[in-house]
Design a protein around this ligand. Structure first.
Ligand SMILES: [Zn+2]
Length: 104
């Protein structure tokens, strides 16, 4: 079974997650100024990387939060996780615990 580490909940089974595809896609600042080709590329064109790939994941059957992961598409090995705010997994859990009044 593949384990995925939610930055807030820790390692969980893959079946709890939904992959949201490639991460770090930037929406054009002024969409009305881009050509139809550029808009189509933004909406539909994604990398099909062999090797390290940045993806966004949703902890669907857990905390329901989105996060980013770096995964090797050949071996399926995850190399790292971070929140959309740029925190790594430990920092995210520490922030959650502090917010909930827990000590780590
Ligand atoms: Zn979670």
């Amino acid at each position: 079974m593949l384990l995925i580490e939610c930055p807030w909940c820790g390692p969980r089974a893959e079946s709890e997650f939904t992959c949201g595809g490639q991460a770090d896609i930037v929406r054009p600042r002024e969409p009305e100024q881009v050509s139809d080709q550029e808009w189509g590329d933004y909406l539909f064109m994604r990398k099909n990387t062999r090797g390290m790939h940045r993806e966004q994941w949703l902890h669907t059957h857990g905390c329901r939060r989105w996060f980013k992961a770096t995964r090797d598409t050949v071996s399926y090995a995850f190399q790292g996780y971070e929140t959309f705010g740029g925190k790594d997994a430990k920092d995210a859990r520490d922030a959650r615990d502090a917010q909930e009044g827990k000590q780590s």
